[in-house]
Design a protein around this ligand. Sequence first.
Ligand code: ADP
Ligand code: MG
Length: 186
Amino acid sequence: MKKAKKTKASVKNSGLSGKDQMMIERTLVLIKPDGVQRGIIGKIITRFEDAGYKLVGLKMVWCDEAFAKNHYTEDISIRRGEHIRRQLVNMFLDGPVVAFCLEGVNAIEGVRKMVGSTEPRTAPPGTIRGDFAHVSYAYANEKDVAVKNIIHASSDLNDARREVKLWFGDKELHSYRTVHDMHIFN
Ligand code: ADP
Ligand code: MG
């Protein structure tokens, strides 16, 4: 395969025209401790690879409290309540997560669609949360834990930019060509 030309900009190595480049986004995905502990990392990553998203960064991280709070910012307290933020931080202290950055056309929306809605109980079959989990908010609340829904994905462009930067340094993100580049973009 032809080697990608090195450029400084992050998404600029696919040999795409300016308009194509504008639609290409990077998004942050985490397989949460429950997903890691259940041994379904490979199955989850395969789904995104099959859909043609490009893995541009990948690592396993066991967060400390400060880092978990930087990921789940006060925005969660405002939207879901302070107790949910506390539950999420506890969840992230429970074991390592697998963090990866995916790149693709409208990747933020597309990856969220594959992830499914937040509560596994109502996440449709075919989505990651719908296929690999089933529990309800009510059950999680009864146990005083964050609902175990396997995976996190950035929700919009602002979140994606902030989260990719939080989890990955510039040198941990890579630009290269895949077969999808040939078939999708040519
Ligand atoms: P999403 O992960 O779908 O973007 P949010 O950002 O709103 O959803 O919430 C972050 C995480 O907080 C969820 O993925 C879930 O693990 C947890 N959570 C949200 N709401 C609740 C709830 N009512 N009860 C238990 N856990 C919740
Ligand atoms: Mg969210």
